[in-house]
Write a protein that binds this ligand. Structure first.
Ligand code: PLP
Length: 453
């Protein structure tokens, strides 16, 4: 029996990433409030938020300072656009701060309101740059299967997941996908991580040569892939891929929407994984998800090309009403201040060994084929046969069942395609809460095993 709110929901809302038909029977869980790493539903039941919402609420759910920063800015100047040369302090200060903490030299920052918009902007800027430099054929962008870059027409095209393309007539032209760097699933028998990385780099090189290097402008990747499975790349991957990109003048775009701001125990995921990007997309943890905000951080050569383009056209024809929204920027500035003051990134590095130790223990479980993570993000793959890595039939819905058991245990995690379970808690999680997370997950996996039997 659906509660009143749930019944109203079913009649009014479209839920992303939901089986819309089955949902009519089950209805939603409606949440009411949050405290630290826990959220509470309308019946007052607590859940440990093991996904930090959607990989984003890094400072948890009840940070008063962020609420205060928003209130102060809203009272002072709730909105001011930055079109046509207008500006305001929060946008300037935030752009300066991002330049200061960037992992590579950054010339300028352009703001938007989400990760999808940031990656959409990346596509447009890559094309704009090629045109401005007199290379109109250099337009192809290479992404990866299982990569996730968002849902706008361009960013969904970069995304390498079938559900984001089917029936939407995507991907658009000039977007290609190279192989997913998931060693557990795609390496050949006996292939080391380094050899697998070298093979993927060779494959990328073949693709660039086949397409003609003069037509390929950029390669985009998440440091650790999120929605595609919470996949940590194999050793040496970004070094090998980066060398190929450099050889053919292919610019590297880091999608740091999940990994940016400490997730891997370094300020940016690129730093942890040997990735040397020319431009960077950020969103999510930039405000601990308290306000919608995204940004593209771009290098000097791109800025020079943009100057050239705007001279030619008479203006730079891109930007959103909410680009550099003052309240979102004020909250982001406060978030970055808290990361520094509370040493949040160092805290992730300190908590990583315990997190990975509890994670590794899960590989003993009869259902778990792989349990791999980095910093405070991990992916677990459930298999029917550990020796052959055989998966359960999709329709058996094993990972979905495990997630339902997690929920009954008071833990929110997320199942991804291929019977994978993602873990990505708020960065403020304590060691005791990490134990609570893995204890609950362990019980849910035991119950899943009983259910299969
Ligand atoms: N890029 C990555 C790596 C993401 O994980 C996401 C969202 O999960 C996006 C881009 C899209 O961000 P948004 O949902 O804010 O549009």
């Amino acid at each position: 029996m659906l509660t009143n709110l749930a019944a109203r929901d079913v009649e009014t809302l479209i839920h992303p990433y939901t089986h819309l038909d089955k949902f009519r029977e089950t209805g939603p869980i409606v949440f009411e409030r949050g405290e630290g790493v826990h959220v509470f539903d309308t019946a007052g039941r607590p859940y440990l938020e093991g996904m930090a919402g959607l990989w984003c609420t890094s400072l948890g759910y009840s940070n008063r300072e962020l609420a205060e920063a928003a209130r102060e800015q809203m009272e002072k100047l709730p909105f001011q656009h930055i079109f046509s040369g207008r500006s305001h302090d929060p946008a300037i200060a935030l752009a300066e701060k991002l330049k200061e903490i960037a992992p590579v030299p950054i010339s300028k920052v352009t703001f938007c309101s989400s990760g999808s918009e940031a990656n959409d902007t990346q596509v447009k800027l890559a094309w704009y740059m090629s045109n401005a430099l007199g290379k109109p054929r250099k337009k192809k962008i290479i992404a990866r299967t299982k990569g996730y870059h968002g849902v706008t027409v361009a960013s969904a095209s970069l995304t390498g997941l079938p559900a984001n393309h089917a029936l939407f007539d995507l991907p658009i032209q000039n977007v290609l996908h190279t192989s997913c760097p998931h060693h557990y699933r795609f390496a050949e028998a006996g292939e080391t991580e380094e050899a697998f990385s070298a093979r993927l780099a060779a494959e990328l090189e073949e693709m660039i040569l086949r397409e003609d290097p003069d037509t390929v402008c950029a390669f985009i990747a998440e440091p650790v892939m999120g929605a595609g499975g919470a996949l940590v790349p194999p050793a040496g991957y970004f070094e090998a891929i980066g060398a190929v990109c450099a050889k053919y003048d292919v610019r590297v775009i880091a999608d740091e929407v999940i990994c940016g701001f400490g997730r891997l125990g370094t300020m940016f995921g690129s730093q942890r994984l040997g990735m040397a990007p020319h431009t960077i997309s950020v969103a999510k943890a930039i405000t601990s998800a308290y306000m919608p905000l995204g940004a593209v951080m771009l290098d000097e050569p791109m800025y020079q090309a943009m100057l050239e383009g705007s001279r030619e056209v008479g203006t730079f024809g891109h930007g959103f009403t909410y680009s550099g929204h003052p309240t979102a920027c004020a909250v982001a500035l406060k978030t970055l201040e808290i990361y520094e003051r509370e040493r949040i990134v160092e805290g992730v590095a300190a908590k990583e060994p315990h997190f990975l130790h509890r994670l590794a223990a899960l590989e003993e479980h009869p259902l778990v084929g792989e349990a791999r993570g980095l910093g405070l993000i991990a992916g677990i793959e459930l298999v029917a046969d550990k020796a052959t890595k055989r998966q359960y039939e999709v329709k058996a819905g094993v990972a979905a069942k495990a997630i339902a058991f997690c929920q009954e245990e008071g833990l929110i995690l997320r199942n991804l395609m291929g019977d994978r379970i993602a873990i990505c808690p708020p960065l403020i999680i304590t060691q005791a809460e990490i134990d609570e997370l893995f204890d609950k997950l362990g019980r849910a996996l035991d119950r899943t095993l009983d259910w299969i039997a």
